[in-house]
Design a protein around this ligand. Structure first.
Ligand SMILES: [Zn+2]
Length: 359
């Protein structure tokens, strides 16, 4: 029996009537207050606006939601209170190595987008999108590597404190290890409440790329008893990334599809974000990074729409609609996923599917 069929049989009722309420539009949490020029090699502080514009151009229905900013008290659940205060008041350098007030002003929103998307994922039992990055190198009382506050662990600690979750998974598919995430887990003794995994240390060479893709369902098994997964769909594992890399564009797309479909089959809501990505084209544009994020968004939309389709038609078991793309067309979809026409082809297929659902 293959893994997908196994997941389906073990979770035949995970997707109950609650998920039928899902809107077909993709929930994306965004506001301009999360964007700044950090005067850094990393584009991450300015990236959300560019990513959102790129997603709008894909033509997929998006429902933009306003994030709730994270409060000082909420930051202080995951970080040392003095560290939080010092960064926010410019007494200490942020993760970009400067003290720019404009960057400090974005921080409650950057983490707020992650927390808000997680809340929405728990609410709709499927998922939501957080076009943010710059989290996983931030530890309990330190910033670094373009990361100031750890929005992943802020999200985890807030949801734990509110009793909304008992265990959360962090699937960190950025190229780099989340040392800050580990630090906070250790300092706060959250080993039993957080499952933290990143594939690069185990698989991170081109020679191991296919093995990684073949093992995604086994990796997702780590999160089987989690109430929520935070998925960092990093673009810097790309083989051409200056800080990468080991996966091609097609392999990154396959990674995203298998992760998102696998979580769907496990019945685990997902809030996903952007994480790293540092490629630039000949015009010094981050278009290559945006293309990767576009593909993640399309992969999510495909799963999300497929889920809505299955839940709205009890005659058509969810399993068959989800198994089909995994078993039958991932390779061909990946082949057509080369930009930009790939993205157009995938979109055409998506919108055709969406129209069918609307009938
Ligand atoms: Zn990275």
């Amino acid at each position: 029996m293959n893994d997908i069929a196994r997941f389906t049989l073990q979770n035949p009722t995970q997707h109950n009537a609650k998920s039928a309420a899902i809107e077909q539009s993709i929930p994306v949490f965004y506001c301009p207050k999360m964007v700044a020029d950090a005067a850094s090699f990393s584009p991450s502080a300015g990236k959300p606006a560019l990513v959102v514009e790129s997603w709008k151009a894909l033509g997929v229905p998006i429902e933009f939601r306003e994030p709730q900013p994270v409060s000082v008290e909420q930051f202080s659940l995951a970080h040392a209170p003095k560290f939080v205060a010092d960064v926010l008041h410019g007494r200490r350098e942020n993760g970009f190595g400067n003290r720019l007030p404009a960057v400090a002003a974005t921080l409650p929103y950057t983490s707020g987008v992650m927390l808000s998307a997680a809340r929405e994922a728990l609410n709709n039992h499927q998922g939501a999108v957080a076009p943010c990055s710059g989290f996983h190198h931030a530890g309990y009382d330190f910033a670094g590597g373009f990361c100031t506050f750890n929005g992943l662990m802020v999200t985890v600690t807030v949801l734990l404190a509110e009793g909304l979750v008992s265990k959360v998974g962090i699937l960190d598919c950025d190229q780099h290890w989340g040392n800050g995430t580990d630090d906070i887990i250790d300092r706060l003794h959250l080993q039993d409440q957080v499952v933290h995994y990143g594939p690069t240390r185990e698989f991170g060479t081109p020679a191991r790329a296919e093995a990684f893709l073949a093992n995604i369902q086994q990796i997702l098994d780590l999160f089987r008893d989690c109430d929520l997964v935070l998925y960092q769909a990093g673009a810097d594992p790309h083989i051409d990334d200056p800080l990468g890399g080991w996966l091609t564009t097609e392999q990154l797309y396959q990674r995203d599809r298998e992760v998102l479909m696998g979580l769907r089959l496990l019945g685990i809501p997902v809030a996903w974000n952007l994480a790293g990505g540092y490629q630039r084209d000949e015009n010094d544009s981050i278009r290559p990074v945006l293309d990767i994020h576009d593909n993640t968004f399309l992969a999510f939309a495909e799963v999300y729409v497929d889920a809505a389709s299955a839940d709205s038609n009890l005659e058509s078991p969810m399993a068959s609609s989800v198994i089909r793309p995994l078993q039958g067309s991932v390779k061909s979809s990946c082949t057509i996923s080369m930009h930009p026409c790939v993205r157009r082809s995938a979109l055409t297929s998506l919108l055709t599917q969406a129209k069918t659902i609307h009938k």
